[in-house]
Design a protein around this ligand. Structure first.
Ligand code: HEM
Length: 71
């Protein structure tokens, strides 16, 4: 499990563009810093704004955090 292989591909170009004024979803450092806020919105289903992630993807993001957010 790593950011580059397992997490970054979950963020579409559109997600990145929409959120760029807050943080860069394709940047390990930014996602690392905002991981808790990102997880909260994914779990709540409020982000992405055009439809919630499948449960398996949310669980993958959760597991990545639990694993210590490997780059
Ligand atoms: C997986 C993809 C996405 C994630 C993880 C995500 C995550 C977040 C987070 C954590 C916030 C709260 C930011 C803060 O208050 O600092 C936020 C706000 C927001 N997001 Fe996203 N987002 C995603 C995709 C999108 C998309 C596709 C849109 C397109 C409309 C969008 C539009 C917004 C808007 C309008 C806000 C509120 C900004 C504000 O209050 O100024 N996001 N998002």
């Amino acid at each position: 499990m790593s950011f580059e292989t397992d997490i970054k591909p979950l963020f579409r170009e559109r997600d990145r563009g929409s959120m760029q004024s807050h943080f860069d979803l394709w940047s390990y450092d930014d996602v690392n810093t905002h991981a808790d806020a990102i997880l909260a919105t994914l779990r709540a289903g409020t982000m992405p704004c055009d439809g919630a992630w499948p449960e398996a993807d949310v669980e993958r993001f959760e597991r990545w955090i639990a694993d210590g957010k490997p780059a």
